[in-house]
Design a protein around this ligand. Structure first.
Ligand SMILES: [Zn+2]
Length: 680
């Protein structure tokens, strides 16, 4: 196939791949890009177009990092040389012991040359390159057998798909650590908190969780890095020392540890450890120690391995930022999406220069697993900038007066009944009324797929919330232009625009509204299914879950969530208040003719005062559109059509909160309902 491709095109593709890989290297490995993201994207798109057009794709093309289909399971991979773990040292004395031991074994008193590098706290991997191309990437596993995570590791942009410009061995196994930077870790947890997913306890778990994804599109969405530091089996190349190997890696564009110090003698090595420990807070990643290795590979071979550890290396572990304190109280906090998370309040304790007085307990399962109780003495750890966490309970210190803190049955923020789904870790408050969730709920409510209220995005919702203008869900429909004009970001025009957008949203469809109010698990599709099966919003009130399950394609999870939502008296009150404030929910699925045959179907009107048309004409108009006209105002009345000089009906309507409209409003209502633009 490739022989039909013009040479100049081949050349262009090859050049593009070369350039793009170089720019990736500048960006992800050297952290010093020479072109902008936009320029990169432009080149990338050009390459992708040419590849598609001519079917000529190089194995190290950056387009080959993405697009793999999700796996069913990971294949097992046997490491050619076992990936051993390292012996630990917890003091400089132990590091000196290590040096003495080696000298004894070697039978010489000559100083040994070491390399010292920060220890990455991530997931150990082995990358196998065949003839210079990335062939496979596997996890460490038990050291002898790991899992093939090639398609996920390919998505990490600092991993070279090809070894660049130097002696390329027949085959080589390169060891390194996949890790997540602290910034990225915090960002990821914030996102997870927002979407109601359980948080990762530390960057290592986050990195491991991201690599062990069967779907590579999840891995690519997490920003992962790699640091290469070890040599496994190799054919067709020989290295004299660790320093030489690191140098080869760097020339081959592999990311290597942030610092590799060559130290002659153990004193120099300890100086290097100290230096790394002192600067540990400056690294963008988490490091929990420094690794000391014998530099000379011949010496390494001479020293050999013990059962599970090489004799020629040791990991010095930094003093963990730990402290012991007592739990004064445990409480639940409600996140913006309603997930209730336990947290502990401590007797304040200084850990690594910071006073710690509270920490999250992550989730209820974790709290139960560690058996954490109020009154317990606990070991608390803080690493880097990472939030503190409880490592363990000091059970010997228990007096018998410690108290369990049960999983709450009511939301600590609003007192509503909480929901815990079977097999789920998260405990949630699903109330519309919950002050902790009001901002998130309104942002969803006003979004384009929701009620589509332009001008009520995240920023303005935060503003209105902070000014006390939106305290409850229904407050959107209480906003007045004067309220907005008093705010910093609102001028005459923007205020009017927002009020108009809110006005427009008052007429909506049941499907759209069900999606907008944000019932747990109810997306756009489920909303439409519900609207096809229930004519009015009220028809969903107090319906047992079985009735929902009977709707085809609506799962049990959704059914119980919908049933619980519409069984909550406070939720129903909020919905009714919204309707009283002028919200009108139509359901085109139940109109006789979806293209406008009966837009007023099921609605009751009363007419009062002098109108532009005769009473009879108006009655005919309403009835021809499926509405019903009644002579007296009651709670069954949907609208009072008001003309000039209205009678006592107007007062009656106001006392019953019946919506009043003009003749023009009536025409608009018919027009709007007949054109359900809001419905697909
Ligand atoms: Zn609540």
């Amino acid at each position: 196939m490739t022989e039909n491709i013009p040479d100049n095109i081949k050349k262009e593709i090859e050049e593009l791949v070369k350039d793009l890989n170089y720019h990736s290297y500048r960006y992800y490995v050297l952290d010093s890009p020479v072109i902008s993201d936009a320029e990169y994207d432009k080149l990338y798109r050009k390459l992708k177009d040419l590849e598609e057009q001519y079917g000529y794709v190089l194995p190290d093309s950056p387009t080959q990092r993405v697009g793999a289909a999700p796996l069913d399971k990971f294949e097992k991979v046997r490491h050619t040389e076992p990936m051993l773990s390292l012996d630990n040292a917890f003091s400089y004395d132990e590091v000196r012991e290590f040096d003495k031991r080696l000298k004894r074994l070697l039978g010489a008193d000559k100083e040994i040359e070491y390399t010292v590098e920060p220890k990455y706290d991530g997931l150990a991997m082995e990358l196998t390159y065949r003839k210079g191309l990335l062939y496979r990437a596997s996890t460490r596993g038990d050291g002898y057998e790991g899992e093939d995570a090639s398609q996920n590791i390919r998505t990490i942009r600092s991993v070279p798909l090809k070894i660049e410009g130097q002696t390329v061995p027949e085959e080589i196994d390169i060891r390194g650590e996949v890790y997540m930077n602290l910034d990225e870790f915090e960002l990821l947890n914030k996102k997870r908190e927002k979407s109601g997913e359980p948080l990762f306890a530390n960057p290592r778990n986050a990195a491991a969780g991201s690599v062990r994804q069967l779907d590579p599109s999840i891995t690519i969405s997490r920003k992962l890095y790699l640091a290469c530091y070890g040599l496994g089996a190799a054919r067709g190349i020989r290295f004299g020392s660790q320093a030489e190997f690191i140098d080869w890696l760097r020339k081959g564009r592999f990311p290597t540890p942030a610092k590799v110090v060559i130290a002659n003698g153990i004193d120099k090595a300890i100086d290097a450890i100290r230096e790394i420990e002192e600067s540990r807070e400056d690294f963008p990643f988490e490091t929990d120690g420094a690794v000391v290795k014998v530099n000379d590979f011949d010496l390494q071979r001479k020293l050999g391995t013990k059962t599970r550890e090489p004799r020629w290396a040791i990991a010095y572990k930094f003093q963990a930022h730990q402290g012991t304190t007592r739990i004064l109280d445990i409480q639940g906090s409600v996140g913006r999406t309603g997930v209730i998370t336990p947290f502990a309040i401590f007797e304040p304790v200084g850990i690594g220069g910071v006073t710690v007085s509270r920490s999250t307990l992550h989730n209820w399962d974790e709290m139960e697993r560690k058996d954490i109780r109020i009154g317990d003495t606990v070991v608390v750890e803080r690493a880097g900038d990472v939030i503190p966490h409880v490592v363990a309970v000091v059970k010997e210190k228990r007096t018998g007066r410690e108290r369990h803190y049960p999983v709450p049955e009511k939301c600590p923020a609003c007192g509503s009944r909480v929901m815990r789904e079977e097999g789920e870790v998260a405990v949630r408050c699903v109330s519309l009324h919950c002050p902790a969730q009001i901002r998130e709920k309104i942002i969803h409510f006003t979004s384009r797929s929701g009620m589509d209220i332009e001008g009520l995005g995240e920023k303005n919702v935060e503003l209105l919330y902070s000014k006390g203008l939106i305290k409850h869900f229904e407050d959107i429909y209480r906003l007045k232009k004067e309220d907005l004009l008093a705010l910093p970001r609102f001028a005459e025009k923007s205020s009017q625009n927002l009020i108009d957008a809110i006005e427009r949203s008052r007429h909506t469809t049941l499907a759209r509204f069900l999606y907008a109010i944000g019932i747990l698990h109810v997306g756009e599709y489920a909303s439409k299914l519900l609207a096809r099966n229930f004519r009015r919003l009220e028809d969903l009130y107090h319906v047992p879950p079985e009735r929902f399950v009977s709707i085809k394609q609506l799962g049990e999870k959704i059914a119980s969530s919908v049933s619980m939502f519409f069984d909550d008296a406070k939720n129903l009150k909020t919905l009714d208040t919204m309707k009283k404030l002028g919200l009108e929910i139509g359901n085109p699925d139940f109109a006789d003719d979806k293209r406008g045959g009966a837009p007023l179907e099921g609605r009751t009107f009363v007419i009062t005062g002098t109108l532009p048309k005769s009473r009879k004409e108006i009655e005919d108009l309403i009835e021809s559109r499926g509405g019903h006209v009644s002579s007296a105002v009651s709670t069954q009345t949907d609208y009072l059509v008001v003309g000039e000089d209205p009678g006592s009906k107007l007062g009656k309507a106001e006392s019953l909160s019946v919506k009043t409209i003009t003749y023009d409003d009536l025409l608009k209502l018919i027009e709007r309902s007949a054109n359900p633009r809001l419905f697909d």
